[in-house]
Design a protein around this ligand. Structure first.
Ligand SMILES: NC(=O)c1ccc[n+]([C@@H]2O[C@H](COP(=O)([O-])OP(=O)(O)OC[C@H]3O[C@@H](n4cnc5c(N)ncnc54)[C@H](OP(=O)(O)O)[C@@H]3O)[C@@H](O)[C@H]2O)c1
Length: 227
């Protein structure tokens, strides 16, 4: 397996932290972001010299531009935006506007701001990816529930299609990853999958995209998810 460099956005804990650790174990150099100065990611840094930590709240456009400036001379083989929030359960009738706006901002607006600011730092055969969700599939939504989260991930998927459509000749692989329901703070204790059994699959799907231009919406097994 070839190594490389990844810029991982939103890696303080959960899936992002585990992705950072997995890429480090594969011998990659990792620039990972957290929005606070103390996190499990920071605790991991002492054992991993190939890990650099940057500070970023992805809902702050000025912070995104400042990060892009700091990394202006850097090149990556993969840019992956993992950060996301889901803490607005129930139907849209139960969702205060502030919560709806926060989910839309964090899960849809912010990842695309990051891609617009930093996508050109990715090697031509590299991967530009975002953590989506199966809940973002409009075609697969037969039960409703977590309406605002579903809407925010569907909006993310649409914005990624806009990003791809504006770059029809782009050589990057563009990835929307639906990781499955995983036991994290966000996924909760009832999720069927653990971080440990999920991360190798997610890494494999990300790595398999290298050198494959075009946009794909894939699950943890690399299978297409209906839009
Ligand atoms: N777990 C699942 O079952 C599941 C399923 C489908 C999709 N996903 C997606 O996978 C991604 C990671 O989820 P997870 O389960 O690992 O959740 P998690 O444990 O709650 O972690 C969420 C991560 O996002 C970061 N984040 C949230 N808002 C941010 C902001 N404004 N700026 C920067 N970072 C921010 C958090 O940072 P802080 O520590 O600073 O809060 C944390 O690192 C999310 O996009 C989620 O929607 C998860």
């Amino acid at each position: 397996m070839t190594t490389g460099a990844i810029l991982l956005i939103g890696a303080s804990r959960g899936l992002g932290l585990a992705l950072a650790e997995a890429f480090l174990r594969l011998g990659w150099s990792v620039v990972a972001t957290a929005r606070s100065a103390v996190s499990p990611l920071h605790a991991m840094a002492a054992d991993h010299p190939a890990l650099e930590i940057e500070t970023l709240d992805i809902t702050d456009g000025e912070q995104i531009m400042a990060l892009a400036d700091r990394l202006s001379d850097r090149r990556f083989d993969c840019l992956f935006v993992n950060a996301g929030v889901a803490d607005a359960p129930g139907s849209i009738a139960d969702t205060p506007l502030d919560d709806f706006a926060r989910l839309m901002t964090t899960n849809a607006w912010a990842p695309l701001q990051v891609l617009e600011a930093l996508g050109d730092r990715v090697a031509p055969n590299g991967v530009i990816g975002v953590m989506s969700s199966g809940q973002g599939s409009i075609a697969n939504n037969r039960g409703g529930g977590v309406d605002a989260y579903r809407a925010s991930k569907a909006a993310l998927n649409m914005l990624m299609r806009c990003y791809a459509a504006r770059r029809a000749d782009d050589s990057h692989a563009l990835l929307l990853l639906a990781p499955g329901w995983i036991r994290t703070d966000l996924g909760g204790p009832d999720a069927p999958y653990t971080i440990e059994d999920s991360i190798p699959k997610l890494v494999e799907v990300i790595l398999a995209q290298r050198g494959r231009p075009g946009l794909r919406y894939l699950d943890r097994d690399g299978q297409s998810v209906p839009w």
